[in-house]
Design a protein around this ligand. Structure first.
Ligand code: AGP
Length: 594
């Protein structure tokens, strides 16, 4: 994880670095720091959030600099362990995203050679290694240091007396933003979007040397040309635009996200059949790999695809598959990851490719590592998602899965066309849920008093119960568990009682009667029940304590409206409890470690 940024140009670097770091905080935020070159290298860092660093840091003058916001791996969050890290003489500063696997061995050797270390981090060895090899030739020093490092190390290096920055990309993202007499480097687009929309995506193993007027990229010792791309996201999308939190803004953006994502896969109202890089012949079975919220989207996908295509779909968390997953050689598989950088999913993709699979990635980030590994990439159009908790990217993933299933389904043309039309009505249905936000605020106030909550659902709303529970736990810190409704009686009933509410997802589909039975069993054991039910359902009100109403939709699309209500419930519960909603403790948005 971690966010890194660099600037070299004619302007003062400090405000550019600090503004950029604030936009990269979703990648880690336990400490942060900057280094600026103006003759000597000045460093200011601390175990604080970027806003606090902005207020506390003295004015550092200089037009080249680097910055970092950290998600600790080696060494607790502290001022000493915060990046940038320096060599012995304070003339080489490094920021790093990744993990140096052989850092202990390198550190021991460098200490024997006379280097003094001050932090517990793996990153500090990079500064000392470069120091060891630097005799005035920057390229040679970086290449020699890199040759000794094992692991993942996307770095930016600032050296006293050198004009500009050196960068290396290894297994974490790095982009170069192109300006006029200035250039930028960053882990991600939002950090530089205020200044430029022209970028170069570095590839794994690339080493770059960047001055205000030039970019030189080398791969395997040879100079290479990397294509320039124009960013389609706009500044507005990466700002709060009047909302109190990014999360709330992102929840509210979902009608637009549905329209944009479906629009991406449709031309003149018809599906674009080659969108998914698959053919009907590939559709005998399917394997989907993902993590976290993307894993839950994949589970919804399993129900959708099995329903519409009548083929078996296997879904596994990528982290499990990497150690225990067996596959037949060949075939087509899907990897779903909003960031395009999740280490576990990338590793699973590589494993599948090695066994001859064609791997299709569904991701939200153009130029991400996943898109480089995949045989084919399907982009979701959620726009930048800043809040650590995923909401609109989950919705966009659902849309990709619905459209995939509807594109390959063997149902009759009329039925398919009617389902596609219903799916296109979803922005309006989601808007209806959003319009009912006030009533959800009141339910959230009630929920915020509890410390344990169950979410239950059946069929394709079972993964929605899992995702609803994940949203609540990660942003409100209430212990929440998602369960298949029929499973609750096989053990968890022991935990039911007046202090353990159950949130029951009760669509009017073929799970309805079974859900009512489960609700009665739960009520008999004293737990308060909040039902998520369709408008017009009056029966439910007599059975439960509270009802959150969602619009009536085709049973196939109930996850779409239900998840939005649960996102709002989690958001307002967390707000009521005064939590750090966009940046929950201990988390990072892009999990680039195993
Ligand atoms: C969910 O709110 C989290 N942000 C997390 O579970 C996330 O979905 C997971 O880390 C996977 O991320 P990815 O989609 O980028 O692979």
């Amino acid at each position: 994880m971690c966010g890194i940024i660099g600037y070299t140009g004619e302007k003062q670097a400090q405000p550019i670095l600090l503004n950029g770091l604030a936009k990269l905080e979703y990648r880690g935020y336990d400490s942060c720091g900057i280094a600026i070159a103006a003759g000597d290298i000045a460093v200011y860092k601390d175990a604080v959030r970027v806003e606090a660093l902005k207020k506390a840091s003295p004015k550092l003058t200089g037009t080249s600099g680097i910055g970092h916001t950290r998600w600790a791996t080696h060494g607790a969050p502290s001022q000493i362990n915060a990046h940038p890290h320096l060599d012995c003489n304070g003339e080489i500063a490094v920021v790093h995203n990744g993990v140096i696997n052989n850092y202990q061995e390198l550190r021991n050797r460098l200490i024997e050679e006379g280097h003094t270390f001050v932090s517990e981090t793996d990153t500090e060895v990079i500064a000392h290694l470069i120091e060891k090899y630097y005799g005035g030739n920057l390229e040679e020093a970086i290449e020699s240091a890199v040759a000794e490092m094992e692991g993942s190390y996307t770095i930016i290096v600032l050296i006293k007396g050198e004009s500009g920055l050196a960068v290396v990309r290894k297994e974490s993202p790095l982009i170069i933003g192109l300006g006029d007499k200035e250039n930028f480097v960053s882990s991600d687009v939002p950090a530089i979007l205020d200044y430029t929309d022209r970028v170069i995506y570095l590839e794994d193993g690339d080493i770059g040397f960047i001055t205000r007027n030039s970019i030189k990229v080398k791969s395997a010792g040879k100079e290479v040309k990397r294509e320039e791309h124009k960013i389609l996201w706009n500044v507005e999308e990466a700002q709060k635009s009047g909302y109190e939190h990014f999360l709330l803004k992102e929840i509210h953006e979902q009608p637009k996200v549905i329209r944009n994502t479906l629009g991406e896969y449709t031309r003149e109202a018809e599906p674009v059949t080659d969108t998914f890089g698959m053919e009907s012949a590939d559709m005998e079975s399917m394997l989907i790999l993902a993590c976290g919220t993307s894993y839950y989207a994949s589970l919804v996908g399993k129900y959708i695809i099995e329903e519409l295509l009548r083929i078996p779909v296997r879904v596994e968390p990528a982290s499990e598959f990497n150690y225990f997953g067996h596959t037949l050689a060949g075939g087509v598989s899907l990897a779903i990851l909003q960031s395009g950088e999740t280490a576990d999913t990338l590793r699973a993709m590589k494993k599948l490719k090695e066994s001859g699979h064609k791997v299709i990635a569904i991701t939200n980030v153009v130029g991400s590592t996943a898109s480089r590994i995949a045989s084919h990439t399907v982009y979701t159009r959620a726009g930048p998602e800043i809040s650590v908790a995923a909401t609109k990217t989950f919705m966009a993933q659902l849309m990709a899965l619905y459209w995939l299933a509807l594109s390959f389904s063997r149902l009759g043309t009329r039925k398919l066309s009617s389902l596609r039309n219903e799916l296109r009505q979803m922005p309006g249905k989601v808007q209806q849920v959003l319009d009912g936000e006030e009533s959800i605020v009141e339910h959230a106030r009630y929920l915020s008093r509890f410390e344990n909550v169950f979410f239950i659902g059946r069929g394709m709303n079972y993964p929605i119960a899992l995702e609803g529970a994940l949203k609540l736990k990660e942003i409100s810190y209430i212990h929440a568990e998602g369960y298949a409704a029929g499973e609750l009686k096989h053990g968890p009933f022991a935990l039911l009682g007046t202090d353990t509410p159950v949130i029951a997802i009760v669509p009017g589909d073929n799970t309805y009667e079974a859900m009512l039975t489960n609700i009665k069993e739960i009520k008999a054991r004293g737990s308060p029940v909040i039902a998520l039910a369709e408008e017009g359902n009056e029966t439910i009100e007599e059975l439960v304590d509270r009802v959150i109403t969602v619009p009536r939709v085709n049973p196939l699309f109930t996850p779409v409206v239900n998840i939005v209500a649960l996102q709002l419930l989690a958001y307002h519960t967390a707000r009521e409890r005064g939590c750090s909603i966009d940046y929950p403790r201990n988390l990072a948005k892009s999990v680039t470690v195993e």
